[in-house]
Design a protein around this ligand. Structure first.
Ligand code: HEC
Length: 128
């Protein structure tokens, strides 16, 4: 009986750790994104989340400039496409920290944005 309880506990813990820290998976993201809507989202607050532009403005040297991101994104993390890297940058920003910057990005966009919103934001940041 005791062993069964321990086994149940272990299975429970395994199930917990297997769950990704993000509630939206890369495979949930629609293939096409609307960069124009993405730009609107970038400049506004959605569901009380801080707007991207609040940090990503040239005057703020604590956040990386996203100018030219479309050309750098694909070589940031080995094995990650530009689109995949853009996805993780938005929903799990602490997964890869851009060199020279701190782990300061808001990290709950996966709770605040829809999968389509994220596709639109990806299309926008990759167009820069
Ligand atoms: C509270 C400030 C803050 C907000 C708000 C914020 N970011 Fe960031 N962002 C950062 C910082 C700091 C980094 C660098 C550290 C890191 O890699 O997480 C970063 C990194 C990134 C990167 C990776 C850039 C690169 O050159 O590799 C992308 C892409 C990005 N953010 C997009 C966004 C988008 C899109 C939003 C809005 C949905 C957003 N950020 C909101 C601060 C912020």
């Amino acid at each position: 009986m005791r062993y069964l309880l321990i086994l149940a506990l272990l299975l429970f813990l395994a199930a917990c750790t297997a769950t990704s820290s993000s509630s939206i998976q890369y495979s949930d993201i629609p293939e096409t994104g609307d960069a124009v809507h993405g730009e609107e989202l970038f400049n506004s607050s959605v569901n009380l989340a801080p707007p991207c532009i609040g940090c990503h403005i040239p005057a703020n040297t604590a956040s990386p400039s996203l100018d030219g991101f479309g050309t750098t994104a694909g070589s940031r993390v080995e094995g990650q496409s530009a689109r995949e890297y853009a996805f993780y940058s938005i929903v799990e920003p602490d997964r890869h920290i851009v060199e020279g910057f701190g782990n300061a990005m808001y990290n709950q966009y996966d709770e605040k944005l829809t999968a389509q919103d994220i596709a639109d934001l990806i299309a926008y940041v990759l167009s820069r």
